[in-house]
Design a protein around this ligand. Structure first.
Ligand code: WT7
Length: 653
């Protein structure tokens, strides 16, 4: 462990386990050996433009070929200049001339148990009809369409229909409030709103239309609202503004040629939470995003023709955009889509779905995995999971012990796990094992994908010593990268490109070990500084989670006169008692696992941790509680306000 002076981060974690892909998996995989991966990566590193240019020609349909692969005037990139294509064409029309025409595109299940399936031909027809509805309501290239819907096939249909006519979609997660919708609608000047009467979540109805009605009072740019019937409950329809989806579709034609769009035509805006509270609309465009999500889906998930692929994310997040809709459909895959909660009617719901549809590839988030562990193995063991061949995770670091549980209990020790590191901003997966090629280490996202060049630097922008932690930057543009923040080019440049000039600053810390494996250490803002050592949150948390009594943990710093910062941890227990004995046992455990320096000073027991609506632990709020401060930052992305109130109450008592 080294003394810190220059922004480097010490590592205290030791993880020696290594899981190579089985021979059988490697043999059938698209990329089946480490040598093959390394050759591809080198090729891409030596001639990045040649690499992406060739893929773009092979993988996308071009109405008009591009004349230049990349125009890079940092921080502005234009990929496949002058080319004309269409994302909906590349996800649908290209499959209609082969056997894929009648292949199932979407296997859908609603929370109440209703089921639907759509072939590629049927999905294409629905998308064409809805695209005509959009056109008829005056939506054309560049118009922003705001989508606030439950996880039903029509959500994907609406997204693809926007792409077909060149409208820019802004999908807003169905759990957000009316204020959040209005903020986003106003920031983007949305012209149309698409919603549903309601949706189902844990047996209750989400009143989506009523929430939209409130939002539209404060969204003057929205002229039209289209409402899907899902729950059939009574809603108000405003004359002249609101229209029923089914009524408009009845008379729509099934013929709708895809608009021939410029490679850099905007495809969507997706809002992520900035630290300032003002929503930050990440902009993605057409050809580069289409190509990047297509090839990364195939590399990382090793998609084969007969796979049944299930990503449990919501389309309201980037994971849903890239790895439910655009990436898998561009590959002609069969995807599973589920509307509701994982614990409805009980905690075995996901495993029933895996068994029912014979899911082969399963992609979820660490927060969900920690919940499955807490709920107990019995719910899992009730179902036959033998169809699974590959597992994935995304969204946060996965604690090695949670990784091991996923491997053992869900994967039956036979499925590789792809721990995929990426961001809303990156458009697609940046670092991940290629499951047939790269041996995995629990807790590491392993290596960069071909065409991606990461580097770990200190605050001066200099590369750190191998093995040291520091800022993770990406040194070269890639086709899936964001093209800016909607309406705020200054913030784009400042936030991502100015700390280390010319390189993309992702905002995470990481280290790269002697084998060239990357370990994400958490957000830069979350680092703890203890007696001059900078420690990463995930390492302390993983040490806690490796104790059998701990279900979940979050580590934060609080001011300390002597040490600079003291370590405060918030712990959710399994079955143990929240008493002094457990507290001492946990302190000793961390000391033994990763050393005295990382031993927590304060241990707070809590029934649950504050999380974002996408399931990430909000350490920023815990930091305020640990140091006895009022919370001043933005809390609008908080999933459950009562968790925060409860934590404060516990502190006061
Ligand atoms: C941030 C991006 C990417 C889709 C979902 C989240 C964290 C994401 C991992 C991973 C460690 C991860 C990072 C990143 N993160 N995946 N595999 N290991 N951390 O998208 O909301 O834009 O969040 O999530 O901190 O920067 P997002």
């Amino acid at each position: 462990m080294s003394q810190d002076a220059s922004g480097q981060i010490s590592t205290v974690m030791q993880e020696e386990r290594l899981f190579p892909p089985s021979t059988a998996f490697a043999k059938a995989a698209h990329i089946g050996s480490l040598e093959q991966y390394e050759t591809l990566w080198k090729q891409a590193a030596e001639d990045s433009e040649g690499f992406w240019g060739k893929l773009a020609e092979e993988e996308l349909h071009w109405f008009k070929p591009f004349t230049k692969i990349l125009d890079w005037k940092a921080p502005l990139a234009q990929w496949f200049v002058d080319g004309k294509t269409n994302v909906s064409y590349n996800c649908l029309d290209v499959h209609l001339t082969s056997d894929r025409r009648d292949k199932t595109a979407i296997l859908w299940e609603g929370e109440p148990g209703d089921k639907r399936s759509l072939s590629y031909a049927e999905l294409h027809e629905q998308v064409c009809k809805f695209a005509n509805v959009l056109r008829e309501k005056g939506i054309g290239p560049g118009d922003v369409v705001s989508i606030y819907m439950p996880m039903v096939p029509e959500l994907a249909i609406a997204m693809l229909a926007c792409a077909r006519v060149g409208a820019v979609h802004s999908v807003i997660f169905g759990g957000f409030s009316s204020e959040a919708i209005a903020d986003r609608n106003n920031d983007a000047s949305a012209k149309m709103q698409i919603t549903a009467d309601g949706g189902w979540r844990r047996g209750k109805e989400l009143p989506l239309k009523a929430t939209v009605d409130e939002a539209l009072k404060k969204s003057p740019s929205v002229e039209t609202c289209i409402v899907l019937r899902r729950t059939e409950s009574a809603v108000e329809m405003k004359e002249g503004r609101d229209f029923w989806w089914d009524e408009l579709m009845d008379s729509a034609s099934t013929e709708c040629p895809a608009a021939e769009l410029d490679s850099e035509h905007p495809l969507f805006i997706l809002y992520t939470s900035g630290s300032t509270g003002k929503p930050k609309g990440i902009k993605h465009t057409t050809a580069g995003y289409n190509l990047y999500t297509k090839v990364t889906s195939r590399w990382v998930f090793d998609l084969q023709e007969d796979d049944i692929y299930w990503c449990t994310a919501d389309c309201g997040w980037i994971t849903g955009h890239s790895y439910i809709v655009y990436g898998p459909l561009a590959n002609g895959a069969t995807i599973v889509m589920y509307e509701g909660a994982p614990n409805s009617p009980d905690e075995g719901r996901f495993w029933e779905i895996v068994e029912r549809y014979g899911v082969t590839i399963f992609y979820t988030a660490p927060t969900a995995i920690r919940a499955f562990i807490k709920w107990g193995d019995d719910f899992v063991n009730r179902a036959d999971l033998s169809s699974l061949r590959l597992l994935g995770t995304v969204g946060e670091g996965i604690n090695p012990e949670a990784w091991m549980w996923y491997h053992r209990v869900i994967g039956g020790e036979r499925c590789p796990i792809v721990d995929t590191w990426w961001q809303t901003e990156t458009g697609g997966i940046m670092m991940s094992p290629l499951p047939g090629a790269i041996p995995t280490k629990p807790g590491s996202c392993t290596k960069p994908l071909p065409g991606i060049s990461p580097e770990i630097v200190d605050e001066a922008g200099e590369a750190v010593e191998p093995g040291q932690g520091g800022w993770l930057v990406i040194t070269r543009p890639w086709p899936g990268m964001l093209r800016g923040i909607w309406g705020d080019s200054k913030r784009y440049e400042e936030q991502y490109w100015s700390s280390v000039p010319g390189k993309y600053l992702c905002g995470d810390n990481a280290r790269c070990d002697a084998d060239g494996y990357y370990w994400i250490m958490g957000r830069i803002d979350d680092v703890l500084n203890v007696s001059g050592h900078r420690l990463s949150t995930i390492e302390i948390e993983s040490a806690l989670v490796s104790h059998p009594d701990v279900a979940e943990a979050a580590a934060v710093g609080r001011p300390d006169e002597l040490k600079g910062e003291a370590i405060a941890v918030f712990v959710t227990l399994g079955n143990a008692e929240p008493d002094e004995a457990t507290r001492n046992a946990l302190k000793q455990h961390v000391r033994k696992e990763i050393g005295a320096l990382a031993q927590p000073d304060d241990i707070h027991f809590t029934g649950s941790l504050p999380k974002t609506r996408s399931g990430k632990i909000m350490r920023r709020l815990l930091r305020d509680i640990a140091s006895g401060k009022e919370t001043v930052g933005d809390t609008s992305t908080l999933e459950d306000y009562s968790v925060l109130a409860k934590l404060r109450q516990d502190e006061e008592s």
